[in-house]
Design a protein around this ligand. Structure first.
Ligand code: ZN
Length: 1039
C-alpha cells in the first residue's frame, strides 16, 4: 500500500552511481505449482499457523498470558478445545446441555456481579447475543483465565479468530448490479478442522446473510446441521453454531449466501464515477487491506489464513471485469458478449495461496494497453478510455515492465502470476494498493502526460509504481504474519522505491542521497518525540489495525533495512533476501524469520553477527540513539583513542521517565580527516553506554566524522572542538566530506540544538528539577558562556544554537542540492517558530546572506516563461538547486526574487492552459486529499496560520468524519495546522481542543501536542541565545 506522500518529491539527482552488480552463483527455479500443504513458518514472537496448531505450545503459553495479549488467539481456542469435551457429561443431550449452560450463565452472572462489587472491578459491556455468554468466574480466579474461558465458550467474543478451522480454498461467486449498486454472492469455503469445535467463526461485516450450511468433505459425510447462525457486529464476525462437533483433522465445506450494497465509501467493494463525453460512467472496485474483505464476502480475514481463491463475476455485458488472475472461462478479457440470460459470467483462474486482503476485482468500462515482461508475463494498464487513448498510461506501463525484470533479477525469484494489471481509478483511499496481479492506483499516481508533466511529478509517480511492484514479492508472495510487523512489507517497499528508481534512473542517485532528506531526516523528527512508538507494535483490536500504517512503519522500516543492507554488504544482503523469499513464498513470515535468514547468509561467509539480537534493539524499542564521539584526552595514548557514548535522543524528556535507559547495538562508521585528506572509514560496533576505541593517530587539527554517508539510523554529536574543525573543513574544502555527510551534519546540528537544555543536567545524574535555579541559570546563560561550561556538547542531545548557524555559513560554497535541501528544511522549521517575533529580521537577514551569492549566481531558469516540457534541458542538479534557492530567497524576503516570481506567475497563468487542462483531466472531482492540501497551504502562510487553525477547530467534526479513517491524511492535516503554534496561549488552545474533542483522534494529536510543547519550550529556553548569536554573527564567506 502506498500512502499519500507527505511532502512533494522534487526529483533531481545528478551524481553518478556505482550500482552493485553482484549476482548469485546459482539461480533457483521458481516453484510454479501451488503447494496447498505448505504451512507458514513461525517465530517465537509472532506465532503463525503451525504455532497455534500445536496444543502443547498453547497450553504452556495460555497459563501465562491474558487472552487479550495473545497475538493469534491460539490459547483461547485450544484451551476450549482441550477442556470442553472433558467437562461435558458424556451422555448429556443437547437440551440438557443447554439447560446446564443457561444455569451456569445465571450463576456466573451472580458470581461476577458479586466479585465485581467486592473487588471494585469494572467490566466492559458486551453487546452481543446472550447465547453462549457463559463465562465462569469465581473468587480468586485470575482475569486472564476468566477471559480465556469466556472466549472458549463464545470464541466470537475474542477479537481474533479462534484458530480451530483453517481455510484451504474459497469458491466465490459474485453477481454485481451496477444499475442499483448492489451485489449478491455465495461462497463455499473448504476448511480444515485443526481443533474440534462446534462453532464456525469467520469475519463478515455489513453483509446480509441469507443462508448457511456445512457439509463434511468425505464420502457419505453429509450435512452438519446448523443450530443457528448470527452476526456479532462488535468483532465483525459471523458465527455458525452447529449441532455436533467438527473433528480434527477432517475437512468440511462451509457455504454462505449473502448480499450487500456497493458502497460509496472507498473501502470494501465500492463504487466511483467519472465523465466520458459528457456522460457519467460508474465503476466498482475493491479495497480490502487491511480488514475490508469481510465487507465483500464472509472469510477468515486475517493475513495468516492464506488460501486459494476461485472467483466468478456476473455482471451486465456492457461492463468488463478484472481480478487477480486471468479469465479462465467466459470469453477472453476483451469479450464483452452476454450469456443466454443477458448476463456475462467470467470465471477467473484459481489464485496461488494468498491472504484475503490481497484479493481484488473490478467491474468497469475501461480499456487497456499491454506489454510483455520477461518470461511472457502480460503487463496491462487499464484506465478510462480517453486516458488510454491519449497514451497517459504508457510511461507507467514501460517502467512496470522494466521493474518486473529488475526485481526478478535482484531477488532471484520469478514473478508468481501469469499477468500483472495496473488499474487507474479516479478515486481511491490511498495512492495505490498492491493487490496481487491487480494493483490499483489513483489516477494521479499512474497517469502522466509526458509533454506537460514536471520532473517532480514524474519522480513521485515513478516511486509509487516502484513501490507497488516491490510488494508483489514483499507482501503478496511473503506476507507478514500479523499487522504488528507491517513494516516488514512497507519498510521494504519504501526502501526499494529508492533502489528501484536508481535502477531506472541511475543518475538520480536516490538511495545514496535523496533517501537522506526524504526518509531518514524526516522520520528522525517523528521518532525523536517521546510520543513515538516501536516499529513493531502490538495490535489488539481490529479497529487499531489501520494505525500501524504510519510513517514509523514506512520510513523507519526503510531506514533500518538500509542500515542493515550497508552493514551486511549488498551481496550477502541479497543472498539473505533470496533465501527468505524462497523459504516463505506463498506463506507468512515474522521479523525473526527474516533475521534468521540474514544471519545465515552472514554465517555462510564466516561472519558471526546475530542479526536478530542487533535488530531487536532497533525494532522493539522506540526512538534511536545519539552517538557522541570525542577524542579521548585522558588516556595515556590520547592521540590514538576516541570515546564513544550513546543515549536515547529525545527532543523533550518529559514523556517517559525510563526511556534514557534504552541502549542499542550501533554500527558506527568513523572516518578522520585533516585539511585536504580523509582516511578511509572504519566500522565500530557500539554495545555499551560508553566505550573507548583505538583509531589511527590524530593531531590537534584532525577531525572525526561519524556515520559515513548517513547509512546508520542515529544522530552523531562531537566535542565542540571537533565541530569547529568540521566547520573549518567545510569552509575551506567541502568536497572532502561526502554530499550525504554534508547534508547529515546540517540536519544533526540543527536537531541537536533543538533539544532541551535540562536533558543534559538530568542525564548527568544531578538531582535538579527543571525549575531549580541551576537549570534556570543554564537556560539563561548566553551560548558563548555555555560553551565554556562543559555542559554543552560534551553530552549528547545538546548543542549551542550558534553551531548549526555557523555550520551553514559555508553554504555559499555549496554547489550540491542535498545540503541545501537539508538546510532549508531546518530553516523553514525555525522560520515557523520565529516569524511572529520582534527580532525576526535578524534571522531572515542572516539566512538571506547565506543564500544571496548562490542565488544570484544560479538565477532563474531562462526557459521558465515559455514553460512546459523543457525540464530535461536543465540537469537535475541545476533544476533542483535553482528551485531550492528561489524558494529560500523568496520565502525570506529577497525583493528581487519577489518581483521575478510575480512576473512569472502572471505569465504562467495567461500562457499555460495546457497544464491546467492536464490537471483537470486526471480527476473530474476535487480529490479528497486536495482539500487537505488547501488547508495546509493556508497554514504555511504566516498570515493564514490563525485562519487555518481556527478553521480546523470549527470544522473538526466534518473533517474527522471524512478523514478520520484515512490516518495519513488526518495526521498531515493535524500537523499542518498545529506545527507553527508556539505561544503559551496557543498551547492552551490546543490542550483545550484535545480535551474537548480528542477522543478517538489517534496518535496525531498526541504528537502535535508534543511538538507545540517543544516549540513553546524552545522559545523559553533558546530564543534568546539564538538571537544573541545572530547579533554577533560574523559575515558569511563571500566569493
Ligand atoms: Zn506499500
Amino acid at each position: 500500500m502506498h500512502v499519500e506522500a507527505q511532502q512533494k518529491h522534487f526529483g533531481g539527482f545528478f551524481f553518478s552511481c556505482n550500482r552493485a552488480t553482484a549476482t548469485f552463483a546459482h539461480r533457483t527455479n521458481h516453484k510454479k505449482v501451488v503447494d496447498e500443504d505448505h504451512v507458514s513458518s513461525s517465530s517465537s514472537s509472532s506465532p503463525s499457523f503451525e504455532a497455534f496448531c500445536d496444543p502443547l505450545q498453547s497450553q504452556q503459553s495460555s497459563k501465562l498470558k491474558p487472552a487479550g495479549a495473545m497475538r493469534n488467539g491460539r490459547g483461547t481456542s485450544e484451551q476450549w478445545a482441550a477442556a470442553a469435551p472433558g467437562v461435558r457429561p458424556r451422555a448429556a443431550s443437547v437440551r440438557r446441555r443447554l439447560v446446564l449452560a443457561f444455569a451456569l450463565a445465571v450463576l456466573t452472572l451472580v458470581a461476577v456481579t458479586a466479585a465485581a462489587v467486592a473487588l471494585g472491578v469494572r467490566f466492559e459491556e458486551c453487546g452481543g447475543p446472550e447465547e453462549g455468554a457463559a463465562a465462569t468466574a469465581g473468587p480468586g480466579r485470575r482475569g486472564g483465565e476468566r477471559a480465556e474461558e469466556e472466549a472458549a465458550a463464545a470464541p466470537w467474543r475474542a477479537s481474533r479468530l479462534p484458530g480451530s478451522l483453517r481455510p484451504r480454498h474459497y469458491d466465490l461467486r459474485v453477481a454485481v448490479r451496477m444499475d442499483n449498486f448492489t451485489f449478491a454472492g455465495d461462497v463455499s469455503i473448504d476448511v480444515e478442522c485443526v481443533n474440534a469445535t462446534r462453532f464456525v467463526v469467520l469475519h463478515a461485516h455489513a453483509l446480509q446473510v441469507s443462508s448457511v450450511s456445512v457439509t463434511a468433505n468425505r464420502p457419505g459425510g453429509g450435512a452438519v446441521r446448523v443450530q443457528r447462525h448470527f452476526l456479532f457486529p462488535a468483532n465483525q464476525m459471523l458465527v455458525l453454531v452447529l449441532h455436533r462437533e467438527l473433528k480434527a483433522p477432517r475437512t468440511y465445506r462451509v457455504n454462505v449466501t449473502f448480499d450487500a450494497a456497493i458502497e460509496d465509501e472507498l473501502l470494501g467493494f465500492f463504487r466511483s464515477s467519472y465523465t466520458l463525453d459528457g456522460e457519467r460512467r460508474y465503476l466498482a472496485v475493491t479495497q480490502f487491506s487491511p480488514t475490508h474483505a469481510r465487507k465483500a464476502f464472509p472469510c477468515f480475514d486475517e493475513p495468516a489464513y492464506k488460501a486459494t481463491f476461485s472467483l466468478s463475476l456476473r455482471h451486465d455485458p456492457q461492463y468488463t471485469s478484472l481480478a487477480n488472475m486471468p479469465v479462465e472461462r467466459g470469453g477472453g478479457d476483451d469479450d464483452d458478449g452476454g450469456g443466454d440470460d443477458g448476463w456475462t459470467t467470467r470465471r477467473f483462474a484459481r489464485t496461488p495461496r494468498m491472504s484475503t486482503y490481497y484479493l481484488a476485482w473490478a467491474v468497469c468500462n475501461f480499456t487497456s494497453r499491454e506489454t510483455r515482461g520477461d518470461g511472457g508475463v502480460a503487463i496491462r494498464l487499464f484506465a478510462r478510455p480517453d486516458a488510454v487513448a491519449s497514451g497517459a498510461g504508457d510511461y507507467s506501463l514501460h517502467i512496470a515492465k522494466r521493474l518486473l525484470g529488475f526485481y526478478q533479477d535482484f531477488f532471484q525469484v520469478q514473478y508468481s502470476l501469469p499477468k500483472l494489471d495496473l488499474l487507474a481509478v479516479p478515486k481511491h483511499p490511498y495512492a495505490a494498493m498492491e493487490n496481487w496481479g491487480l494493483s490499483v492506483f489513483v489516477e494521479q499516481k499512474i497517469l502522466l502526460d509526458a509533454r506537460v508533466s514536471s520532473a517532480s511529478y514524474r519522480m513521485e509517480l515513478t516511486m509509487v509504481v516502484v513501490h507497488e511492484i516491490c510488494h508483489q514479492w514483499f507482501g503478496d508472495l511473503v506476507t507478514p504474519v500479523w499487522w504488528e510487523d507491517v513494516w516488514l512489507k512497507e519498510g521494504f517497499a519504501h526502501y526499494f522505491e529508492y533502489v528501484g528508481t536508481d535502477f531506472l534512473f541511475p543518475k538520480w542517485n536516490m538511495e545514496k542521497q535523496r533517501f537522506l532528506t526524504d526518509v531518514l531526516h524526516e522520520v528522525m523528527l517523528l521518532d525523536g518525540l517521546s510520543s513515538s512508538h516501536a516499529i513493531s507494535q502490538e495490535v489488539q483490536d481490529a479497529a487499531d489495525i489501520h494505525r500501524v500504517f504510519d510513517w514509523i512503519a514506512y520510513k523507519k522500516g526503510a531506514a533500518l533495512i538500509r542500515m542493515l543492507a550497508n552493514v551486511m554488504g549488498q551481496r550477502l544482503f541479497r543472498k539473505g533476501l533470496n533465501d527468505y523469499l524462497l523459504s516463505h513464498m506463498y506463506g507468512n513470515a515474522a521479523r525473526d524469520d527474516l533475521w534468521r535468514k540474514l544471519s545465515e547468509a552472514m554465517r555462510s561467509e564466516g561472519q558471526g553477527i546475530d542479526i536478530g539480537a542487533v535488530m531487536d534493539r532497533w525494532t522493539l524499542q522506540m526512538g534511536y540513539p545519539v552517538v557522541t564521539i570525542s577524542k579521548n584526552r585522558s588516556e595515556r595514548f590520547a592521540t590514538r583513542y576516541i570515546t564513544v557514548s550513546q543515549e536515547h535522543f529525545l527532543y523533550g524528556q518529559d514523556g517517559r521517565g525510563n526511556s534514557s535507559s534504552l541502549q542499542w547495538q550501533v554500527p558506527l562508521t568513523v572516518a578522520m580527516g585533516n585539511g585536504s585528506w580523509v582516511c578511509s572509514e572504519r566500522l565500530i560496533w557500539i554495545h555499551n553506554k560508553t566505550e573507548t576505541h583505538r583509531v589511527s593517530e590524530m593531531d590537534d587539527e584532525t577531525w572525526l566524522l561519524g556515520n559515513i554517508n548517513q547509512t546508520g539510523y542515529f544522530r552523531v554529536n562531537y566535542d565542540l572542538q571537533n565541530w569547529k574543525l568540521l566547520i573549518q573543513q567545510l569552509r575551506t574544502n567541502p568536497q572532502v566530506i561526502s554530499v550525504g555527510n554534508r547534508a547529515g551534519l546540517i540536519d544533526d546540528a540543527f536537531n541537536l540544538a533543538r533539544c532541551r537544555i535540562s536533558d543534559v543536567i538530568i542525564n548527568e545524574g544531578r538531582k535538579h528539577r527543571t525549575s531549580s535555579p541551576y537549570i534556570r541559570y543554564h537556560a539563561r546563560t548566553p551560548s558563548s558562556g555555555c560553551l565554556t561550561m562543559r555542559c554543552a556538547a560534551r553530552r549528547a542531545g545538546y548543542l549551542p544554537q550558534g553551531v548549526p548557524l555557523q555550520l551553514i555559513g559555508y553554504l555559499a560554497e555549496e554547489a550540491a542540492f542535498l545540503p541545501w535541501h537539508a538546510a532549508s528544511r531546518a530553516l523553514y522549521q525555525l522560520d515557523k517558530l520565529l516569524d511572529r517575533t520582534d527580532d525576526y529580521a535578524l534571522f531572515s537577514d542572516y539566512v538571506l546572506k547565506q543564500v544571496a551569492s548562490r542565488y544570484h549566481q544560479m538565477g532563474w531558469p531562462s526557459n521558465a516563461a515559455n514553460g512546459d516540457g523543457s525540464v530535461l534541458r536543465a540537469s537535475y542538479q541545476t533544476e533542483e538547486l535553482q528551485r531550492e534557492l528561489i524558494m529560500l530567497a523568496c520565502s525570506f524576503g529577497n525583493k528581487q526574487c519577489h518581483r521575478q516570481a510575480v512576473g512569472y506567475i502572471s505569465d504562467w497563468i495567461s500562457s499555460n492552459k495546457n497544464r491546467l487542462l492536464n490537471l483537470s483531466l486526471t480527476s473530474d472531482l476535487v480529490a479528497e486529499q486536495d482539500a487537505i492540501d488547501v488547508v495546509v497551504h493556508v497554514g504555511r502562510n504566516p498570515r493564514g496560520r490563525n485562519l487555518a487553525w481556527r478553521f480546523f477547530r470549527d470544522k473538526w467534526d466534518v473533517l474527522n468524519a471524512r478523514y478520520g479513517e484515512a490516518l495519513f491524511m488526518n495526521s498531515r492535516l493535524i500537523n499542518g495546522v498545529t506545527e507553527f503554534l508556539n505561544t503559551d496561549a496557543e498551547l492552551y488552545e490546543l490542550k483545550d481542543f484535545i480535551q474537548s474533542n480528542g477522543v478517538g483522534a489517534g496518535p496525531a494529536l498526541a504528537r502535535a501536542l508534543e511538538v507545540v510543547e517543544g516549540n513553546v519550550r524552545w522559545h523559553r529556553l533558546h530564543r534568546r541565545h539564538f538571537y544573541q548569536w545572530l547579533r554577533k554573527a560574523p559575515s558569511p564567506a563571500h566569493r
